[in-house]
Design a protein around this ligand. Structure first.
Ligand SMILES: C[S@@+](CC[C@H](N)C(=O)[O-])C[C@H]1O[C@@H](n2cnc3c(N)ncnc32)[C@H](O)[C@@H]1O
Length: 182
């Protein structure tokens, strides 16, 4: 009997890990983390002001949201649906909150939630690293929901429907980062 429970548990775990990764790839992008050396450029381009609300769509292991939160005194919400990166980001957040960067406390939330269900009209800044396929699906939502003076920052891939206000690509081999203003 206990062997049956073990196998059932293992199957559930495998489904949770690989099933959620497959779901994320299907919805908008697989988990591929942003390069550490690009984090500073992403944070600079976001130009976040005090008390603004910042979303990250597909926050992965939390590296971008947490880096932004260390630098800017604003409110951050990360949305993630792949189980393993979500878990890693929550563990990172726990340690930063409790042992290292106490001023983060209460300013960062990482939600296990599909960002297509989020209300973008609450955000001043939205940051993401998604596939062109995922971005295409988001275009109409951006058009409908982004409020005046809000910005979006797209790592690597441009959004075809909009003209960027700024493109950062310091060298031939650097990843492009696109900033759009509404
Ligand atoms: C290319 S990765 C980028 C991760 C992180 N933003 C970074 O730059 O390191 C894209 C992330 O989006 C997540 N994702 C894809 N579709 C999603 C959805 N509909 N809702 C929430 N997360 C999603 C994936 O699981 C993945 O972690």
């Amino acid at each position: 009997m206990s062997e049956l429970f073990f196998h059932f548990g293992l199957l559930l775990l495998i489904l949770l890990v690989f099933g959620t990764m497959a779901l994320a790839s299907y919805r908008a992008a697989p988990w591929v983390p942003a390069r550490k050396k690009d984090l500073l450029r992403i944070t600079e381009l976001a130009g976040i002001k005090k008390d603004e609300v910042v979303y990250e769509l597909g926050s992965g292991d939390g590296r971008v949201t947490l880096e932004l939160a260390k630098r800017y005194d604003a409110q951050f919400i990360g949305y993630e649906i792949s189980f393993i990166p979500y878990l890693v980001s929550r563990i990172r957040l726990f340690f930063l909150n409790n042992f290292f960067v106490h001023r983060l406390k209460g300013r960062v939330k990482i939600l296990y939630k599909d960002f297509f269900r989020a209300d973008f009209s609450q955000a001043n800044v939205i940051v993401f690293f998604l596939t062109p396929y995922g971005l295409k699906k988001l275009e109409s939502k951006f058009k409908k929901e982004m409020k005046k003076d809000s910005r979006i920052v797209s790592y690597v891939f441009p959004i075809k429907a909009f003209t960027p206000a700024v493109v950062s690509k310091p060298t031939e081999t650097s990843n492009s980062i696109y900033c759009y203003r509404f």
